[in-house]
Design a protein around this ligand. Structure first.
Ligand SMILES: *Cc1c(COP(=O)(O)O)cnc(C)c1O
Length: 462
């Protein structure tokens, strides 16, 4: 009689809306062809439901908007810089930080300061911009994630983990002097938004300490990762998300962070460290390329929105809703037979395009072909995380080496779409799955050297 309801819906209601457009099917066909079968080239007004990314697409709260108006704009020492510093210290606990305009700016500043030519940067798995920023500084990005990350059907609680054995072997082989830092990405975006356990973070940190190598966290989705720890790891059930975050960051010497994800803002980022000497260098470079250290390439109102968003993202009701929404969406796809990465990650559901389009070889970009066709089918925009993104051309032989996984990511913007929007996406994808044999492969006719997927052009084969 006196039990709570078994589940809770969105812990907010809608205060403002934005109209979205479903173009006619024939028009969608024209638009995708004109885009070179690359959804990055579409005008977002031609997209009905936009699951391209969860980055910079969050709906902000009334509290965040109010803060943006209330704050004061100043070049140096604005009140919002201090609000952000307070939130960073309270939740992340690092000694020093600079705001930056987004995550990759933090990567650029950090890596161009410490990554030297011929050095190696181990990570559980690099995100695309992280990898590109290591390469730009002539370092070698190395992915040392646990093997089960590549088995898309395997159910395991922490498929984002670093393989600590592989890491230690790697450090011995290359010598610590050649390794400027070790990174762990939480959650592991490139492997499907899979979480990393507290135990794994602790062990990775211990190996880094043993060899005297700095340990940094790519903290883009730290709170989603903390919620997974709370749900899945023994000993954390009764800890608050803030306490869990405090422990996660206590193992690191610093972090890079994109506010576009988990500060629930449309722009922003942070670079944090405990190393005072390193920070002096980072600070000077920030001033040169981003802006003075109390605004870092942002308007002060954006600092305020980040400061408030950081507390909203560690709100347990919010995280419970977020995870439930994604779990529900994944269940619809699963029931419809669509092959997805299991278990679903914290910010997206990934479709295994190798299985979905088993008749299309990797050289014909199955995940890209699926992404383009989903747009034609439904006006939904997803994104390819496969050979267009991570395929390599062997410099010696000129041969194309496909990526290890062919995934299509359906990223879920935060607080933006309802379960009904996602039901539409699931039903569209299930319809497409039933006629998958009709989907054709693609030929890539243009690709840039770094980050090719953003601007690549394709033609349909046959
Ligand atoms: C988005 C992202 C970045 C880069 O952040 P931006 O704000 O887009 O520059 C870095 N690492 C991971 C894991 C990300 O998801």
């Amino acid at each position: 009689m006196d039990e709570d309801p078994p589940w809770q819906p969105e812990p907010f209601k809608i205060k403002m809306i934005e109209k979205i457009n479903l173009r006619p099917r024939e028009r969608r066909k024209e638009l995708i062809e004109k885009s070179g079968y690359n959804v990055f080239m579409l005008n977002s007004e031609d997209v009905f439901i936009d699951l391209l990314t969860d980055s910079g697409t969050s709906a902000m709260s009334d509290t965040q908007w109010a803060g943006m108006i209330e704050t004061s704009q100043a070049y140096a020492g604005s009140p919002s810089y201090y609000s952000l510093e307070k939130a960073m210290k309270d939740i992340f606990g690092f000694k020093h930080f600079v705001p930056v305009h987004q995550g990759r700016a933090a990567e650029n500043i950090l890596f161009s300061t410490i990554v030297k030519e011929g050095s190696y940067v181990p990570n559980n798995m690099h995100f695309d911009t992280t990898e590109a920023n290591v390469l730009r500084n002539k370092g070698n990005p190395v992915n040392l994630v646990v093997d089960e990350a590549y088995d898309t059907a395997k159910i395991a609680p922490f498929k984002g983990n670093m393989d600590v054995g592989k890491l230690e072997k790697f450090i011995r082989e290359k010598t610590p002097a050649k390794i400027p830092l070790i990174m762990v990405t939480i959650t592991n975006n490139s492997a499907g938004g899979q979480p990393v356990s507290m135990k794994n973070i602790r062990e990775t940190s211990a190996v880094a300490k043993k060899y005297g190598v700095p340990f940094f966290i790519d903290a883009c989705r730290f709170a989603e990762n903390c919620y997974f720890i709370k749900q899945r790891e023994e000993g954390y059930k009764n800890r608050s998300l803030k306490e869990i975050a405090n422990e996660v960051f206590s193992y690191a010497d610093g972090c890079t962070f994109s506010g576009k994800k988990e500060a629930l803002t449309n722009i922003g980022g942070m670079l944090c460290t405990n190393d005072g000497e390193l920070f002096r260098e980072l600070k000077n470079l920030t001033i040169t390329i981003e802006g003075f250290t109390t605004y870092g390439g942002l308007a002060c109102r954006e600092l305020e929105a980040m400061a408030r968003g950081l507390y909203e993202v560690i709100d347990e009701e919010y995280q419970a809703y977020r995870h439930r929404q994604i779990e529900h969406f994944a269940a619809l796809l699963r029931q419809g037979g669509v092959p997805i990465v299991e278990p679903p990650g914290g910010h997206a559901v990934f479709v295994d395009a190798k299985k979905f389009l088993s008749h299309i070889p990797a050289e014909q970009f199955p995940a890209q072909a699926l992404t383009a066709q989903l747009y034609v089918e439904s006006g939904v925009r997803a994104v390819e995380i496969g050979s267009s993104c991570f395929g390599k051309t062997d410099e010696k032989t000129g041969e194309f080496v496909p990526a290890r996984m062919e995934l299509m990511r359906l990223a879920i913007p935060r607080r933006t779409y309802t379960d009904n929007h996602l039901r539409y996406v699931a039903e569209s994808l299930i319809r497409l799955y039933k006629k998958r044999q009709q989907i054709k492969g693609l030929r890539r006719v243009y690709a840039s050297k770094l980050l090719p997927h953003f601007t690549a052009k394709f033609e349909q084969i046959g």
